[in-house]
Design a binder for this molecule. Sequence first.
Ligand code: CTP
Length: 859
Amino acid sequence: MQVIISHVNLDFDGLASMVAAKKLYPQAKLILPSKQGKTVERFLAIYRDSLNLYHPNEINWQEVRTVIMVDIASLQRTGDVAKYINDEEVEFIVYDHHEESDHNVQAKLAKIEKVGATVTLILEKIKMKNISITSFEATIFALGLYTDTGSFTYLSTTSRDLKMASYLIENGANLQVITKFSESPLQEEEQQLLQCLIQQSEEHYIDGIDILIASHQQNEYIGGLAFLSRKALEMTGTDALIFVVEMGKRIFIVGRSTSERIDILPLVKKLGGGGHKKAASAMVKDGNFHEVLTTVRDDIYQVVKPAITAKDIMTSPVKVVSTKTSIEDAGKMMLRYGHTGFPVLENEKLVGVISRRDVDKAKHHGLGHAPVKGYMSTNPITIDAAMSLEEVQHLMIDENVGRLPVKDNEEIIGIISRTNVIEALHGEQLNTAGKVHLDRPLEITLIDRMKNFLSIENLQLLKQIGKLADQINYSAYIIGGIVRDLIIGRTNEDIDIVVEGNGIDFANLLAENLGGTVRCHEKFATATWKHPSRLKIDITSARTEYYDYPAALPNVEMSSLKEDLFRRDFTINAMAIQINEDHFGKLIDYFHGFNDIKQNKIKVLYNLSFVEDPTRILRAVRFEQRFNFKMDQQTFDLAMISADKIASTSKPRIAHELSILLKEKHPVESLVRLGEIGIIRYLIGTHSFNVQKLKTFKSLVDEIVPLQQNQNSETWVCYLVILFSETENEIELVKDYCLNNESLKVTDQIVELLDDNQNFLKEDTLGAIHHSLKNYQTESIICYIALMQLQECFANKLKKYLQNRTQIPKLIDGNDLLNLNIEKGPLFAKILLEIECAYLNQEIHSKEDAISKVKREYL
Ligand code: CTP
């Protein structure tokens, strides 16, 4: 036989879960515990007959093989039922949503998960199995769901509960019945008890948290203390409360809280009870009321987790402006740093705060040139670094201020805005979804990935560097692309290091201890350390770059790691891994790069990112194609509106990015994407281009270039030639983007081929073609094929020529000619070319053939 049981003082979640469990185990009998909660009792008074409930003594317990426990996982709270169950003889199935405890039964199947109501767990199964439910059943289930989640307002509520509520309403749950039984009015004796408790309560103010302890002694028992505690919380508005109520010989302890910072459970457990972090209860039989109360009073301090302080959530270092800064400049800084206000200093003293709104108003009146002094709010309220988050919140609400500078002694060490408070409040929940960035970054360790994806030598080297940093108390990090690639799971041995300290000094220290040489770039406070193994490592000081005008080269000012990361292009590139010995492998991720990688997202860190460095648009496309990621909508929009800024960027910088982009695997897709963003127009002067030609070129590259011995080709520049060929502009303009003589040469060759009368196409033999094209690089010739969209027969002829020419052996060389007494001179080159042509025409096959041919024709 199977039975379904729940806890004494059965509440609606217990009852609903029992009825729901029977849908999964239709043979099982529902056992009503000896006591029910008040509202359940009222409900059963009407509906009992519809439910087929058994008293424990109506069951032949010898026959019971399976006990299904719902809303409970231990036999301790089953009241009388426990005595009938021989836990050695039966197997248990458990559905529960309470914290797991040592008293839990050993179950064959245990579904214990943190949801608002146990019935949710069972309903999910019912729904999955497509088991139909009646509207009456839906109503009972909904009662469990509504009452155990406080109509979905308790913090324990999850989206799973809401999904099940929607499912129940779809199946006819009757909201009138639910309202009637879930909102039971207080009986007179309950009202009296509640009044006594509130009157006799003592308030404890701990670290910014308000907790009430309310105690009372009376002879007669009144149920529903949990319900009363909820009512009391609503009435008093405190963060938490604990009831200690003696009724007859028993003392009931009920705790409830609304704050994430409170965990009542350990206190209640100490008194033999259980429950959740925010709602727990215990019952002490024959205990001493005053002793219990003293325990509660003594332990109340441990219930509160340490406060999140202003220092934890503030933005730091704080950007400030002086009273003389113009409204215009303050506005620009707000845009640049994404802040909505700045403290204003005069003679290093805080005298006001200027906000986005002040700036907008002043600008509206044409006062952009005026100093901020006249428009800032004066007498700013400042706070101490140790102020708790709760106090900060109260202050913001009471004083209606949105920005609080944080002081340590007289120094401003940070600032808290409403955003900081919101992030901190929701941080815990949102962090798991990875949406919020607190001042405290996401910290996880990546040691395993480093072991897997770095060479042993580089891993060891990073450890050595970390230890040297420890010696001079510097924090040291690897940063940028290598961090991204470690997370993605790609090898990348391109090591960039950032130190919170002087990068040049640190590079010198590395060279002194580990050898190698250092090249300093004083202007940028960076150094390149060339390790004896020839590995080059760039070392920078944590710094901020700001840009004087869009697309200018960066100037440098010293600042912290977070600032250094913030100035970078995308969240996925704005992470660091610490390499100091004690923190080796710790990921520092302030801006959710880790999460964006998981979601294949390219996101800028701030709105002006592309304006400040338009080459980042090309980088965004490169990473999209390389990793199969996608810009989020906002980043894409920003790229579109910043596209024109590329026109004021120097050609070599653009060319550098373009060359990397076009050397990657998907150059054509990248160019198409650049077209979508609208940046192509600012690169080549028109937005239209022939994708087919690009594709033809790419497929020829894939087919022919891998056959070449020297694969360091300049194919990338050919894509530009093809783009420019579609414009009114001269292809010669491509030369502005040529980075070196090789790319210049290829461009020149293509122009030459296009200017040629195409006589080589008329040639019949490969040898004759070789005569004309020997000096042309493979990429120049295939670019020509693509550009001319040559007829298949011509294209095939040239392809065959290119394939065959890669296989021409060196049958003879200069020495052979000298041995034949031919004088050194221009004839040499002519003869060697003739031999290659003859080989291509299959007229000769060996060295002997070649020598005979020379003898025949030249001696
Ligand atoms: N960076 C940037 N803006 C740029 C170029 C670079 O913010 N215009 C930052 C990024 O944080 C980047 C780092 O500098 O990760 C190093 O740049 P670079 O070596 O050019 O690129 P990687 O990201 O390492 O890319 P790749 O894997 O292609 O080398």
